[in-house]
Design a protein around this ligand. Structure first.
Ligand code: NAG
Ligand code: NAG
Length: 376
């Protein structure tokens, strides 16, 4: 057993212990690996917001439209992996049993195609229930409709751990998500995935870190404890920084505000993108995560969702800060829907990360190379 495998199985044992939730069952998913051509292509689906206003016509109609966006992108791109970048559901106005159903509908786009995926939480995924004003009108409160035999059929927020446990139990071995170390709860989606090299199949050639940026049932932050956890994982898995690293979470950090082009102005170099329609809505505080990342040359880029009206990438220190692209028809904003694609190429002397946005109608734009000069 190589040292990284030992480290991973130690981490795995911890996760397994944490996952003593009964329903998860045995799972030993195949390792992620670069393709024979040395490529690993990731599609980012951001802000799907399934389950809005199920008691109206437009709620279910927009969910069907979101199904269509994901199908169009997956058919066009044929990725190796899908990252669901938070706000998969708008859980604040659905009964608890339905939140899991909507969540499952979101990830079924990848599952049905046999594509492995992982998820991170956004600020709407476990929102406490909010009573819509119209329920106090003469029309009154609609009846709670739940799937037959669903337990917990009531209006309340669905806890992150329940959503994640449900995903893992239904994942068919394709979900690579995790409930993360218990000491980081209530932040749940904190875990690392390795992508093995094609040429040296025992060695990881890419590390992908997933973090829970909070929101919903607790503040919109990445904690000091998460930053410390990142440090220890990185030291463990990548002590000499020789493996390139990518990072995914939902809510932009305050560093995004620093590099943002002024809202509603044209996006110009070095930033690349097509949508700049609003101000960055950042996390509530910065408690060390950006410092940790900016000082690791192996970290290439961070990807977030949350702001539906932004889709740019801008450099920050030695890495790139990127928005995904609003994918779902749920949530605010009428900008055309699409998805950010991250295409990683493993070559001996030239590791590269290229990215672009694929629209629902098949067009692509905003191509950018995210490998910093230091690495290319
Ligand atoms: C819950 O799910 C059921 C079955 O899919 C659906 O009929 C119902 O409208 C949903 N209710 C809400 C409030 O989301
Ligand atoms: C696709 O949609 C984009 C807007 O996102 C538009 O600019 C482009 O012209 C469309 N292309 C086609 C082929 O319809």
């Amino acid at each position: 057993m190589r040292s990284w495998q030992r480290r991973l199985s130690a981490a795995g044992a911890l996760v397994a212990a944490v996952l003593a939730l009964g329903a998860a069952g045995p799972r030993s998913p195949a390792p992620l690996q670069f393709s024979p051509a040395g490529r690993f292509k990731v599609v980012l689906f951001a802000d799907l917001h399934y389950g809005e206003n199920a008691w109206t016509d437009w709620g279910p109609a927009q969910d069907a439209a979101s199904d269509h966006v994901m199908a169009a992108v997956l058919d066009a791109e044929n990725p190796d992996f899908v990252v669901y970048l938070g706000d998969l559901v708008t859980a604040n106005n659905v009964p608890v049993a339905n939140a899991s159903l909507y969540w499952d509908r979101a990830v079924s786009a990848a599952r049905r195609r046999g594509v492995p995926w992982s998820t991170v939480f956004g600020n709407h995924d476990d929102m406490p229930f909010e009573w819509p004003p119209e329920w106090f009108s003469p029309a009154g409160v609609p009846p709670v409709h739940c799937p037959p035999a669903a337990p917990g059929c009531s209006f309340r927020g669905t806890p992150r751990v329940e959503l994640m446990a449900d995903e893992l139990s239904r994942g068919g071995g394709l979900s690579r998500s995790s409930v993360g170390p218990r000491e980081l709860w209530p932040g749940v989606s904190n875990y690392v995935l390795q992508v093995l090299s094609r040429e040296r199949p025992r060695d990881p050639a890419l590390l992908m870190y997933f973090l829970d940026s909070g929101g919903g049932s607790y503040p919109e932050v990445i904690s000091c404890a998460q930053a410390a956890w990142f440090h220890s994982q990185a030291r463990f898995l990548n002590p000499d920084g020789s493996i390139p690293e990518l990072v995914f979470w939902h809510i932009p950090s305050t560093a995004y505000v620093k590099v943002a082009p002024k809202a509603t102005t044209e996006i110009s170099k070095p930033c690349v993108g097509s949508l700049n329609e609003e101000d960055v809505a950042p996390q509530a505080a910065e408690w060390g995560m950006m410092d940790a990342l900016a000082h690791r040359p192996s970290v290439k880029a961070i990807f977030v969702g949350h702001n539906h009206g932004l889709d740019w990438c801008c450099p920050y220190e030695k890495l790139w800060l990127c928005f995904a692209r609003h994918t779902g028809h749920g949530g605010y904003g009428d900008w055309p829907r699409g998805a950010r694609i991250v295409d990683i190429s493993e070559e001996e002397e030239h590791f590269s990360v290229n990215s672009w946005i694929r629209m629902e109608n098949g067009s692509t734009h905003s191509h950018v190379t995210l490998t910093s000069a230091r690495f290319s």
